[in-house]
Ligand binder design. Sequence first.
Ligand code: FA5
Ligand code: MG
Length: 434
Amino acid sequence: MSNKQRYFRCFDGCRTAAVNSTTPLFRSYSASTQLLQQTPTLGQYDNPSRYLTPHPSNNITPHIASLVGRDLHLRPSHPIGIIRSKIQEYFISLSQSTQTNYEIFDAEDPIVTAQQCFDDLLIRPDHPGRAPSDTYYVTDSTLLRTHTSAHQSQHLRSGVDAFLCSGDVYRRDEIDATHYPAFHQMEGVKLIDPTVVCGENDISGEEWLKSPECQQVQDDLKLTLEGLMDHLFGPTTQKRWNDDYFPFTQPSFELEIMYEGEWLEVLGCGVIHEDVLQLSNRGDRRGWAFGLGLERLAMILFKIPDIRLFWTQDERFHSQFKEGCIVEFQPYSKYPPVFKDIAFWTSTIKESDDEKSVKEFVENDFFDLVRSTAGDLAERIELIDSFTHPKTGRSSRCYRISYRSMDRSLTNEEIDELQFKLRDLCPSLGCELR
Ligand code: FA5
Ligand code: MG
């Protein structure tokens, strides 16, 4: 077995609780399973120098590099690890009734190529998600995966018919209680039994989309995922399907569940686009795929109010969770936030040899600058004012940053110090402080 970690499981679903939580991580299964199992090593990608390369396209910050390889999803007593196991348990239980054996990949390298993350999935070169403002690039052709779909094509190409693949994903994004630049996803893919629905020599294009076979794939997908929600949230949970769009599935859907009076999006999915299958040399088959956010599910199930908590090292957090148990998180503190505003012109006009050069402001660069300066103390950034000067045409923005520690009270002095550092760094984005 190469760098990819597969476990093959027997499908009676029984699994012993014995887990050695030290590195490497061992999982044991009861002797009654004819088990086949490979052990992912915790922390095998924990090496910041892999991510901080001198390549001119590299836009990974030391803060992000320090998160890669933490492997929260492989820690048996971490909420992200508990939820991953619970989902896998459901799919293993399905294998008997549906004759589908899901192979499991939990330790793929988070560095993927642009080909894997985008081209294989029909994401066009001009798609905004590929821009360096949205994606962390290691070099110009390699990057930190932005979704676990980056591994779809490789597994399909290698002949796997059904699999689950989980891991950490990275996106340059806004900062608040539900968004963090690193989070975890699980991908699921199933190709339908070719004696029931097949691809090549059969119908394609519009005709395929309107066919009863395509409907059959959708029905199987929806039934499977509704069953998963019942397994996680109980059979009375209200669910609703909305149409969605992904370049690599057609048709595409999102699933929302009603939780405490609100509809929450938990996953995206769809019928795998026939061109994706074709590119993976599986054009003779048809199937479905989904990608779900593990933090979203864990925040709901464990009632964890802030996404940063998943990354804390505080024992008061970790001591609350045990392998296999869903328990309600008991907040151990709510320290007060410290608010600071920062206002700047989003461009600096440099007069050099009569030529005016203007560097364009990218909001995600500013968010990254705050994260690099303040780390997890930055709880939220809000744009509270913006205007364009009527004479000069220059734009101004004012952001309010809430700083709050999960673990202690902050002093005004230490936050002032961070804020001064941030102000000193703003001109590097082409901004001029006001
Ligand atoms: C995707 O990432 C697609 N790859 C999903 C997919 C897979 C579609 C296979 C079709 C087939 P999306 O960007 O919507 O889609 O993210 C999927 C899920 O990840 C969301 O439903 C949500 O649960 C979670 N998610 C997305 N962004 C964030 C974020 N910033 N923080 C936490 N969770 C997030
Ligand atoms: Mg979505």
